[in-house]
Design a protein around this ligand. Structure first.
Ligand code: MRU
Length: 345
């Protein structure tokens, strides 16, 4: 089986810019674009051209590196102030996925003691590259750890896109599926379309079809019915943030977890330690609310009356008691989760 290993985003050493796959154009068009300014990167993140928690971590790291290249204040204090402002601005683009701020903070911390802008550029780029390469290793380990949990022949339901496009490559939830297939397991996938932006039907289905892993798309509201009919053996999803008491992931994940519990189907979350938030609890987390237009229009077509408002939460929280296991790069955690479980060892 030929599994594709393209990178979702990378640094162009000749132009000193970030090159990324334009995810909003998929599946119709596979095209890359460049960001050479912080505003262009912020826009790519806001519009979800760059999206998915681990990919946002990589983008955050490269974002700080980019900031060191776009500023040229000869004085290191003034230069660091400009980079710090960019770091804060990038952090504000998406509040729920913790990986974004994690990647930004990690690279910013690495350059805190730089003695010149050139030194900061060299260190920032090395650290951002390290985040990207580690992401692939983490996904491969998550994949191997999670593959062991799946039966030799099974159908897995997934939601949103926790695949190569949401990471640097390989994926977390789809990494588990890819690793299981690589290990010789016979895995088919049910991909929930994931309204309103359809990351499931556009991205997950595209990735799996490209790897020739059997996949069917369903409407989000079909999931419980398929479980009832015995058509789903396990649910595997990614995460944008994991606190001691809840898993934050794309809106609709909680509904699948409730349905899985009712039907006695294991509900697995696949995520690296960079997604863990050992400090906060569910009640402390800001859930990103997105524009009404995402619900009100499908392209040119109007789907709601003009005088009706929308509630467009991008993520939900699944309480830990509905989670069978969290698959990490270091092994499998089974709830209840203690604070110490969430700190990187
Ligand atoms: O709004 P998105 O597309 O960035 O949301 C992405 C998700 O919810 C993914 O499931 C999550 O980031 C896990 S990615 C490995």
């Amino acid at each position: 089986m030929q599994i594709n290993s393209d990178k979702t985003l990378f640094w162009d050493d000749k132009k000193n810019c970030i090159v990324f796959v334009r995810q909003t154009l998929l599946p119709a068009v596979y095209k890359t674009a460049e960001c050479g300014t912080i505003e262009e990167l912020a826009e790519a993140i806001r519009t979800l051209d760059i999206r998915g928690a681990p990919a946002l971590g990589v983008a955050g790291g490269y974002g700080v590196a980019l900031s060191t290249f776009v500023h040229d204040d000869g004085n290191i204090e003034g230069f660091m102030r400009l980079v710090s402002d960019d770091a804060k601005y990038l952090t504000s683009t998406r509040p729920t996925a913790i990986n974004l701020s994690w990647g930004i903070n990690r690279v910013f911390k690495a350059i805190e003691d730089a003695d010149s802008p050139d030194d900061a550029r060299r260190v920032a780029l090395a650290e951002a590259n390290a985040i990207a390469h580690e992401d692939e290793e983490m996904c491969r380990s998550i994949g191997r750890n999670g593959a062991e949990l799946l039966p030799d022949k099974c159908t897995v339901l997934t939601h949103c896109n926790a695949g190569a496009l949401a990471c640097w490559t390989w994926g977390t939830a789809l990494g588990v599926i890819r690793s299981a297939v690589e290990a010789g397991k016979d895995v088919s996938v049910i991909s929930c379309e994931t309204r309103p932006l359809n990351q499931g039907s556009r991205l997950t289905a595209w990735e799996l079809a490209r790897d020739k892993i059997p996949v069917k798309t369903i409407t989000d509201s079909s999931a419980a019915f398929l479980m009832r009919k015995g058509m789903i053996d396990a649910v595997v999803v990614g995460a944008d943030r994991i606190t001691r008491d809840a898993v934050f992931n794309k809106i609709g994940t909680y509904t699948h977890a409730v349905s899985a519990k009712y039907h006695n189907i294991p509900f697995y979350v696949a995520a690296p330690y960079s997604t863990f938030d050992a400090v906060r609890l569910e009640k402390d987390i800001v859930i990103e609310e997105r524009s009404r237009d995402e619900l009100a229009f499908c392209g040119e077509r109007q789907l709601m009356p003009d005088n009706v408002d929308a509630l467009n939460y991008a993520f939900d929280a699944t309480p830990m008691e509905l989670v069978t296991a969290i698959v990490t790069e270091k092994g499998v955690l089974r709830p209840p989760i203690a604070k110490e479980d969430l700190t990187r060892k």
